[in-house]
Design a protein around this ligand. Structure first.
Ligand code: ARG
Length: 457
């Protein structure tokens, strides 16, 4: 395919200008996505990487090139020995560090950080879906090219995923759960109003057959995975973080039904009993895992269960939560759980448990997902381990290791770049300056225009 360099440049620049006029809302930005969609994608793109992170091998490689055809990486290797196909469009990131698109296994794109507690009752499902469109752009531009949305009302998450896949909206690739499954009055129910209002969340079910039916319903309406609540939570009214929710039998029923239908299972669990029961029931990941004990750590290691420990969000809840409507009882619970979770993160890491990346963005602002990396390093990970958690490990948890999570031949071209060295200073991941998803560029402020011109050879 021949591309007209001047047209390519004009449209890309226009997109950059529109997208970087920060005052515009995410929804306005999302509508601009028609521009890149209409932009002819060059048949072959070459990225010159000053440093390239090989997350499979845990190494940083100097002076590499990546060759991309359509949506896939077709070659990667040292600049001096890798053949550049004729007519390729070159992207010069030779002053930057290039790494795989980041992945977040725990987000709520349809939730807003400033609508907690009773404020959330005024938000309709269609309104939440529109927030989701805005939050999707923010998330992608922050370098997160794939996310797992774990809990949304009315299948707003399914709609958002499909609008992104159809090219109607800009956002990360999404895996979605539909409504979270939970016990009556539990963390996945809505307990804010008294009985006469008759409010019950969409995923509430009690008993093995009732929960199987919920799994089937979520599959029917387009979920990729199942999320259930195995203990109380911080942000729900009237639940105890230490109290298990569902019996072993109910958890086994959910997991068996989900796995039978080809879906993985993510379990919200803070308390020790709920964590261990969920692992024994065959859960694929434990979300939060705050009060995991030695036996829980041993079980997770034996079973290969991923822990998705959101160890940044506590900063936001305790710092800004009150102003955002978070209930006093929730702030109280966070004071108990926050530090314990970080200490247990360190323990689980040292024990060799598989750690994926899950942030709970939506409780805090979307686009700030990468803030968690600094906490992960502070609590025991090397910067490379923290990056691996959000790339290869999370790709493995999603069952997408063959397609995503590393810059390897045959993988989808989800590629980001930062200036600076994230292995020396992990916080540079909060300043992503280049984003490509499936071979298309969605952010390019790291590139000087004259350097990214199409080069005909
Ligand atoms: N959504 C979670 C809950 O309500 C947030 C927990 C946040 N706290 C933490 N330390 N990770 O339970």
């Amino acid at each position: 395919m021949r591309i007209d360099p001047s047209r390519f440049m004009t449209i890309s620049l226009l997109a950059t200008i529109l997208v970087s006029s920060g005052a515009a809302t995410g929804v306005a930005l999302a509508q601009e996505q028609a521009v890149p969609e209409r932009d002819p994608v060059p048949a072959i793109t070459v990225i010159r990487a000053g440093t390239l992170l090989d997350v499979e091998g845990g190494r940083a490689l100097r002076d590499q090139v990546l060759v991309i055809e359509g949506d896939r990486i077709i070659a990667v290797g040292p600049a001096r020995s890798t053949r550049i196909p004729e007519g390729a469009t070159e992207i010069d990131l030779s002053d930057a560090t290039v790494l795989p698109g980041l992945m977040d296994g725990h987000v709520h794109l349809t939730s807003r950080h400033d609508q907690h507690g009773y404020r959330s009752l005024g938000v309709s499902i269609p309104r939440a879906a529109l927030s989701g469109a805005a939050n999707a752009v923010r998330t992608l531009r922050a370098g997160f090219t794939t996310v797992r949305n774990v809990g949304a009302g009315g299948y707003a998450d399914v709609a958002l995923r499909d609008a992104i896949d159809d090219g109607e909206l800009i956002g990360p690739r999404m895996l979605v759960s539909g409504p979270s499954i939970g016990i009556t009055g539990g963390h996945c129910d809505n307990n804010l109003l008294p009985a006469e209002f008759g409010v019950t969340a969409g995923g509430v079910a009690d008993g093995p057959w009732a929960v199987r039916q919920k799994v089937r319903e979520n599959a029917k309406y387009g979920a990729n995975l199942i999320k259930f609540c195995g203990t109380g939570g911080v942000l729900s009214k009237g639940t105890q973080i230490g109290a298990r929710q569902f019996t072993l039998e109910e958890m086994q029923a959910i997991v068996d039904e989900a796995h039978t239908l080809g879906m993985r299972v993510a379990v919200h669990a803070h308390g020790t009993d709920g964590i261990k029961t969920a692992i024994m029931a065959g859960a694929d990941s434990i979300e939060h895992a705050s009060l995991i004990d030695d036996e829980g750590i041993r079980l997770a290691r034996e079973r290969g269960t991923f822990l998705s420990m959101d160890i940044y969000v506590s900063d936001f809840i305790l710092g800004s939560g009150e102003a955002m409507g978070i209930l006093p009882e929730s702030l109280e619970k966070e004071r108990i759980v926050g530090t314990a979770q970080r200490e247990n993160f360190r323990k689980a890491l040292q024990a060799g448990v598989r750690m994926s990346f899950g942030s709970d963005a939506g409780v805090y602002p979307h686009g700030d997902n990468a803030r968690q990396f600094a906490r992960m390093v502070e609590w025991g990970m090397t910067p490379m381990q923290a990056i691996q958690s959000a790339t290869v490990n999370t790709a493995e948890l999603f069952g997408l290791r063959e397609d995503l999570g590393s810059l390897t031949v045959g993988r989808v071209a989800d590629i980001i770049a930062v200036s600076g060295d994230p292995l020396a200073d992990i916080t540079v991941l909060s300043e992503v300056g280049f984003v490509m998803k499936a071979g298309r560029m969605y952010r390019r402020d790291l590139l000087e225009p004259q350097r990214s011109a199409a080069v005909a050879r």
